[in-house]
Design a protein around this ligand. Structure first.
Ligand code: GLN
Length: 280
């Protein structure tokens, strides 16, 4: 079978299963199987697929048609300017989270050197993107998941910044190391009751550990903000990603813990998504 026919068949199968990006996903999965980029797939419709590649492709299409996210099938996700290795143990980087990177670069535009902490690194996409852009920054990252620390270490090596980062498997309650100019976090913040309304791709395949914010979605914010007020230097900044409906609650926790609210940033869908605060 040639590339063109394989793609057509795969695309039909994905559409039948209501996968909205059927054509693109088919092209990307085939590129992965034959270890070429998407351009090669588009430019070589007549190229024959050997049997084992065809079987691997059919297997991936079957998994995708059951809703498994593309990034878990390809094993990579682009975020900011880089490609990150991901697997089912870590949350897939979301474009909304790029707001944190953008804001950090803006705030520290002329500042060369800072020491910052990320609470809950996941794949490492936030801390590593920032370190990649700011050559003299030094980052510390923690996560309660061992898998996340492993993947983040791999991503750090791939991006060649392993000498400017330290990663620890730790809960924020048990972490007492250092004082930071900046702390960032995109913690699990989904309310238990909202789990039902998440997309099937997310709820059935992504790690609950990275999403579950407890009954009110705020349990991590309470811990993180409290502990950050001890780990942060005076006038240091705390930047958090929040759910669209958590602004009021999180602002309250921040002010109760001695933080001044600088700014609340909206995402592309016009939802409140990121809070910038300063320890006073
Ligand atoms: N933004 C993610 C989602 O809606 C949730 C990420 C998180 O809980 N930090 O799927």
């Amino acid at each position: 079978m040639n590339i063109e026919i394989a793609i057509k068949k795969a695309c039909k199968e994905l559409k039948k299963n209501k996968i909205s990006s059927a054509l693109l996903d088919s092209e990307l999965l085939l590129s992965k199987v034959i270890k070429k980029n998407r351009e090669f797939v588009l430019l070589n419709p007549d190229k024959k697929l050997d049997q084992s590649d065809h079987n691997s492709f059919k297997d991936l299409i079957m998994k995708r048609s059951k809703g498994k996210p593309l990034a878990y099938l390809t094993g990579v996700k682009s975020f900011w300017n880089y490609d990150f290795k991901v697997n089912e143990k870590v949350l897939i980087p979301r474009p909304d989270s790029e707001l944190i990177v953008e804001q950090v670069l803006k705030i520290y535009k002329i500042k060369k050197k800072i020491n910052f902490l990320e609470i809950g690194v996941g794949s490492g996409c936030l801390i590593l993107s920032i370190l990649k852009e700011k050559k003299l920054f030094y980052g510390t990252g923690i996560d309660i998941s061992n898998h996340s620390i492993k993947i983040s270490n791999i991503n750090a090596k791939k991006l060649k910044i392993e000498n400017r980062i330290k990663l620890f498997k730790s809960d924020i309650d048990n972490f007492n190391l250092g004082k930071y100019d900046l702390i960032i976090s995109n913690p699990p913040y989904i309310k238990k009751l909202d789990f039902k309304s998440l997309k099937k791709d997310v709820v059935s395949f992504e790690p609950w550990l990275a999403l579950d914010g407890g009954l009110d979605g705020l349990s991590c914010f309470n811990k993180i903000i409290k502990k950050s007020s001890e780990l942060i230097k005076k006038r240091g900044k705390l930047i958090l990603e929040i759910a669209f409906d958590q602004k009021r609650d999180v602002v309250k926790i921040l002010t109760n813990n001695g933080f001044y609210i600088n700014k609340i940033i909206k995402d592309l869908a016009n939802n409140d998504r990121c809070i910038i605060s300063t320890k006073i």
